[in-house]
Ligand binder design. Structure first.
Ligand code: CAA
Length: 257
């Protein structure tokens, strides 16, 4: 798979997408979103891929939307072209996807990371929503997702001042799941992703869908959704295999169906 602004690698059942605009700290252009969406479509259509990783370079996951490209957009441009809506493709990814963040994840970069299922952060990672300093506010979910991750007080401070937080603060407030030495970030993300990709693919996807329900509905509705999906999993060969393997004291071999 060849793209102008993203690089795609497969490692066994793991698909790794690397944002690649080194001259602009992976600033998110219209082309980058097109390439990212096409890479996601291809990896999602491939049944041999069980987990995805989205990463950037050591210096930058992504420094936000491309300011040079956006500068002269008019309101009709943004409205008629529905600017930014296409970024939501990432949040509709059905397979598990991990953000592996090294360096800056600012503005739209932080928003892309938050659209993934969880964030592994290098000790060099810095997160922020600095849009207000450009005379705009976050436009791809930052005011909503950051608030759900870290609560009102910190989200409000970050969005109103544009202050960056480092990896330690990001882990403390629940924005990232774990901090990893920068040199080991991609290797560790590949290990975590390989572990997920070895699980039953439909069960991993259903688990993701069910956890995401927690953010979209009431507790009672969420529990009902979880129960229905859990019950349906007894129709999967992977359930029979997983439980038989436990009882036979052997490793389970999923994804044979
Ligand atoms: N858009 C376009 N180009 C960008 C960019 C961006 N968001 N961020 C960095 N670049 C470019 C710089 O212009 C520079 O290019 P030139 O070499 O051609 O001058 C190159 O990348 C390297 O950047 P710096 O020289 O600035 O590097 P630095 O190490 O001094 O600073 C930084 C790094 C703190 C990340 C700084 O680049 C920066 O503040 N970037 C902008 C961050 C930002 O405001 N992001 C929010 C964008 S708006 C948004 O995302 C809206 C939304 O919600 C969707």
């Amino acid at each position: 798979m060849e793209f102008e602004t993203v690089q795609v690698e497969t490692h066994g059942r793991v698909g790794l997408i690397r944002l690649h605009r080194p001259q602009a700290l992976n600033a998110i252009s219209v082309q980058l979103i097109k390439d990212l969406s096409a890479a996601l479509d291809a990896l999602e259509a491939d049944r041999t891929i069980g987990c995805l990783i989205l990463t950037g370079s050591e210096r930058a996951f992504a420094a936000g939307a491309d300011i040079k490209e956006m500068q002269n957009f008019t309101y009709p441009d943004t409205y008629l072209d529905d600017f930014i809506t296409s970024w939501e493709r990432l949040s509709r990814t059905r397979k598990p996807i991990i953000a592996a963040v090294s360096g800056v994840a600012l503005g739209g970069g932080c928003e892309l990371a938050m659209m993934c299922d969880f964030i592994l952060a290098a000790d060099t990672a810095r997160f922020g929503q600095p849009e207000i300093r450009l005379g705009v506010m976050p436009g791809s979910g930052g005011t909503q997702r950051l608030t759900r991750f870290v609560g009102k007080s910190k989200a409000m401070e970050m969005c109103l001042t544009g202050r960056m937080m480092d990896a330690v603060e990001a882990e403390r407030c629940g924005l990232v799941s774990r901090i990893i030495p920068a040199a080991d970030l991609v290797e560790e993300a590949l290990k975590v992703a390989a572990n997920i990709a070895a699980m039953s693919l439909p069960v991993a996807m259903m688990t993701k869908e069910s956890v995401n329900r927690a953010y979209e509905t009431s507790l009672a509705e969420g529990i009902r959704f979880e129960r229905r999906v859990f019950q349906s999993q007894f129709a999967l060969a992977d359930q029979k295999e997983g439980m038989a393997a436990f009882i036979a004291k052997r490793p389970a071999e999923f994804n044979k169906e």
